[in-house]
Design a protein around this ligand. Structure first.
Ligand SMILES: *Cc1c(COP(=O)(O)O)cnc(C)c1O
Length: 371
């Protein structure tokens, strides 16, 4: 078979390189408290869960983590999934089906799109961050089909390749006006956005009435692995009964749940991590601005630098690696053709000098400006 060359095989970054590509926003991935919680739990309870949640794989660490995630997100109940990908497939296919409608932002994560396909619902995508377009599609559809069929709007809270925020207040109004679920995939906002890191809803001051379902991943700011959905008790119970990616898969290893509990505690207690992260984001943006590097207006640790073509993105990424920085080229089809970019992500584990050196290297590696 001929390789089509869309993706490059993953390479192990040299140990000395500084990673500006990970989603380890709070710098918890290597925190000793997480490693200790993981090791302790593994020694006590074993490594694997041994079975699916509904069989015998639901352990005390899972139950405790679910309760803590529900409290953290201010919702009645949280349910763990093996990964964000599985959570999105499971939640969407549990809530909508044939004859129902699901609206999605054009730049949503691939797993939300795949969830809509698995659900066999009618999928309509609206222009990026265009809540008016979403409201119009929803109103027209309701006028045609009546009040019965289910509808949902699903959106990333923070867009994974752009770092900008979904217009959640307006989407919440539209969803409520037309009897639709609003499902927010807050993978890149939990731990990061809001005064206490509770994500997009906290950032906008939206309660669980406005945003009934939040999906979060544990492999990003919390530095571990897995995912969850949080919402009203009855809705979560419905998802338990209907989500095949919850029912027919082995539960997360209990030590991963134990490590995530430690991460969740640290993410809340050590607010300096968010303050430091935000300061680094401001510093990076200011330096890029004075160096003439054009950054779209992202207020989050995800900072995309559009370079004009896939070739330029790959060349810049290679040149940065040679200078000791891991910065990945993101190309079509992950992002629309013509918007190829370097996706730079900042972390509380970085320091000011590293950010400054990255900015200098970016100037050298993107000499000539966008093609
Ligand atoms: C990373 C990500 C996912 C997938 O989560 P995994 O736990 O890595 O499978 C889903 N949605 C968004 C927005 C993401 O960024």
């Amino acid at each position: 078979m001929r390789a089509v060359g869309r993706y490059r095989a993953a390479a192990v970054p040299p140990p000395a390189a500084i990673d500006f590509s990970s989603n380890d926003y709070l710098g918890l991935r290597r925190h000793p408290a997480l490693a200790a919680a993981l090791a302790e739990c593994a020694a006590r309870d074993g490594v694997g869960a041994g079975a699916a949640h509904l069989v015998s794989g639901h352990h005390s660490q899972h139950a405790a983590l679910e309760a803590e995630l529900a409290a953290f997100t201010g919702r009645e109940r949280a349910l763990l999934f093996g990964s964000g990908y599985l959570a999105n497939l499971g939640v969407l296919s549990a809530l909508v089906g044939r004859g129902d409608l699901i609206l999605q932002d054009r730049l949503n994560h691939a797993s939300l799109l795949d969830g809509a396909l698995l659900a066999r619902a009618r999928l309509r995508r609206y222009a990026h961050a265009d809540a008016t377009a979403a409201a119009t599609l929803l109103a027209d559809w309701r006028a045609r089909v009546g009040a019965q069929p289910a509808a949902a709007i699903a959106t990333d809270g923070v867009f994974s390749m752009d770092g900008d925020l979904a217009p959640l207040p307006a989407l919440a109004v539209a969803a409520r006006a037309h009897r639709a679920w609003l499902i927010v995939d807050d993978a890149h906002a939990l731990g990061v956005l809001g005064a206490t890191g509770r994500g997009s809803c906290e950032h906008y001051g939206l309660d669980s009435g406005a945003v009934p379902l939040v999906i979060g991943t544990l492999g990003k700011a919390f530095g571990t692995y897995g995912a969850f959905v949080a919402g009203e008790r009855d809705v979560i119970e419905w998802i338990v009964q209907r989500a095949r990616t919850y029912i027919y898969t082995t539960a997360l290893p209990p030590p991963v749940a134990a490590a995530t509990r430690a991460a969740l505690r640290i993410a809340q207690e050590e607010s300096w991590r968010r303050a430091r992260l935000n300061a680094l984001v401001q510093r990076f943006r200011a330096r890029c601005a004075s160096a003439g590097l054009p950054l779209p207006p992202s207020p989050t640790p995800i900072q995309p630098l559009l370079v004009g073509s896939a070739t330029r993105a790959l060349q810049a990424s290679d040149a940065l690696l040679a200078r000791g920085f891991v910065v990945k080229a993101i190309r079509a089809p992950t992002v629309p053709a013509g918007t190829e970019r370097l996706r730079i992500s900042l972390s509380a584990a970085h320091d000011e000098a590293q950010v400054d050196r990255l900015c200098d290297a970016l100037v050298e590696c993107i000499a000539g400006g966008p093609a």
